[in-house]
Design a protein around this ligand. Structure first.
Ligand code: FAD
Ligand code: NAD
Length: 473
């Protein structure tokens, strides 16, 4: 495709999972590719201050909790006094981030992707300015990601470490005595779990009447029960209206979501985790006449083209779930569209996982969405559910919480959605995504041989339960 009137065939702005994966794919397909990134390291939010560091702390804190709460003792592991070395845990996290971000730099070199270091902005639709220098490309892909949504009246200052966003919550050098998490979504529950396990009192303040919006109703209800049992205090249907910091203490004013008498809570750490918003400021979008939708996102067509010729967009900056694997798949697809004219992302089958213990995972429609769609089209659905308590491996491992739920069309039996709560639900859900991608019926899953004893057998049993005939329940 090389067009010598441009410096590059394609420039990606942003080296997160969308931009870096897209750039590598584009280079693999023979395009002369550059990627602009202003951070010191590649990998975007996900590798630097998102997926990877949060999973390092979740994994490490789980090990600490196993030592403290008697889980290891049950297996005959005799321990002396268990103490936390938070600096060591943070060092392990930093090591994981360093290794993986360095790995992307290696992959850029290997695939001959040029890293244009600095902040990128549009001069025109085919010219991106980085550090005062102009670079031209036939196609420019915006992959600038997202940042935390601010909450008016609750000012984030990660340096002080009292009111923080997820980046600050990942970097604390102390275990808070009382952490208040504003927002009972994915970040709130993952980071709340980390600091709860390490010894903090944790209060989650959630505006809605359930945790984890977007997930299946049964899953959300069960999440509330499980996190309460783990010692998190959950304040549903409650909003924070302001915060005052004095010394090392924050005083939050909260009130019922629909209005009512205010009360105050004190905390030595507050995490604001009420969602994320796209990064579009300072990109020079006004220079190319690209407008944002009401949610501040860039709208695209199926081939990720924006309304401006030669400019495409992927990842957190466009509508859809703000997930690393969605951004990655869009990165691959946009590169393939540019190089070959075709590409594919099935936005109906994007799994989502909350990496707590147990994990909460799902793909496809929730039961509520499936019922609503069925009612609108005059069809019906069938639901099969199997409790992890009846799964031999989960029972042996003392992991009784959770279930797998398979939702299928009553007439065609085609799987519409799968939800799971289990210690390894994030891994289990890959099977459901694959099945749905192949248009599987619940019977297809039920008649697929699953290794014994594995948590995954619960998926088979839930599929059998769609026909009302699980074996072990
Ligand atoms: P980003 O990863 O945000 O990357 C965009 C990059 O562009 C950034 O590095 C930024 O510096 C750069 N940039 C922006 N503007 C410019 C500019 N003008 N010039 C140059 N560079 C620019 N998702 C999951 O799927 N699984 C998880 O477990 C998970 N955990 C998360 C935990 C936390 C705490 C957070 C905050 C997020 C988590 N996410 C997770 C979400 C995930 O990180 C994002 O969905 C993903 O990173 C989006 O990828 P992206 O490429 O669109 O953008
Ligand atoms: P979220 O949308 O998951 O949750 C935000 C929560 O805050 C919601 O429950 C919402 O009802 C609540 N809320 C909004 N305003 C509020 C207010 N004023 N007071 C109290 N509660 C309020 O967002 P998040 O947890 O900030 O995560 C941001 C994004 O990052 C998500 O889209 C998520 O997909 C992604 N992420 C993914 C993972 C993962 O895949 N495991 C992990 C972390 C983050």
């Amino acid at each position: 495709m090389a067009d010598h009137s441009y410096d590059y065939d394609v420039i990606f702005i942003g080296a997160g999972p969308g931009g870096y994966v897209g750039a590598i794919r584009a280079a693999q397909l023979g395009l002369k590719t550059a990627c602009v990134e202003s951070r010191e390291t590649l990998g975007g939010t996900c590798l630097n201050v998102g997926c990877i560091p949060s999973k390092a702390l979740l994994h490490g804190s789980e090990k600490f909790a196993e030592a403290v709460n008697g889980t290891l003792a049950r297996y005959g592991v005799k321990l002396g006094k268990v103490e936390l070395d938070l600096a060591a845990l943070q060092a392990d996290k930093a090591d994981a981030v360093k290794g993986l971000t360095g790995g992307i730099e290696f992959l850029f070199k290997k695939n001959k992707v040029t890293w244009l270091k600095g902040h990128g902005s549009f001069k025109d639709a085919h010219t991106v300015t980085v550090g005062g220098q102009d670079y031209t490309a036939k196609e420019v892909v915006i992959a600038t990601g997202s940042r935390v949504t601010p909450l008016p009246g609750v000012e984030i200052d990660n340096d002080k470490g009292i009111i923080v966003d997820s980046t600050g919550a990942l970097a604390l050098d102390r275990v808070p005595k009382h952490l208040v998490v504003i927002g009972g979504g994915v970040i709130g529950l993952e980071m709340g779990s980390v600091w709860r396990r390490l010894g903090a009192k944790v209060t989650v303040v959630e505006f809605l009447d359930q945790l984890l919006p977007g997930m299946d109703g049964d899953v959300r209800k069960e999440a509330g029960r499980i996190f309460k049992k783990q010692g998190l205090e959950i304040r549903l249907s409650t909003k924070v209206t302001g915060a005052v910091v004095k010394g090392k203490t924050a005083t939050l004013t909260i009130e019922p979501a629909q209005g009512g008498d205010p009360e105050t809570i004190e905390a030595d750490c507050v995490l604001v985790a009420i969602g994320r918003r796209p990064n579009t400021e300072g990109l020079g979008l006004e220079n190319i006449g690209l407008e944002l939708n009401a949610r501040g996102q860039i709208e695209t067509g199926p081939d990720f083209r924006t309304s401006v010729d030669g400019v495409r967009a992927i990842g957190d900056v466009i509508p859809g779930p703000m997930l690393a694997h969605k951004a990655e798949d869009e990165g691959i697809a946009v590169a393939e569209y540019i190089a070959t004219g075709t590409g594919i992302v099935n936005h109906e089958v994007i799994p989502s996982v909350v990496y707590t213990m147990p994990e909460f995972a799902g793909v496809g429609l929730t039961e509520e969405q499936a019922r609503e769609r069925a009612a609108a089209s005059g069809s019906e659905i069938k639901v099969g559910k199997f409790a992890m308590l009846a799964n031999s491996r989960a029972k042996t491992n003392h992991e009784p919480e959770g279930f797998v739920k398979v939702i299928a069309d009553a007439e065609t039996d085609r799987v519409l959605g799968v939800w799971a709560i289990a210690s390894v639900a994030g891994t289990m859900i890959a099977e459901a995504a694959l099945a749905m991608e192949f248009g599987a019926t619940s019977e297809d899953i039920a008649y697929t041989c699953h290794a014994h004893p594995t948590h995954a057998e619960a998926m088979k049993e839930a599929a059998m339960a769609v026909q009302g005939k699980p074996i072990h329940m």
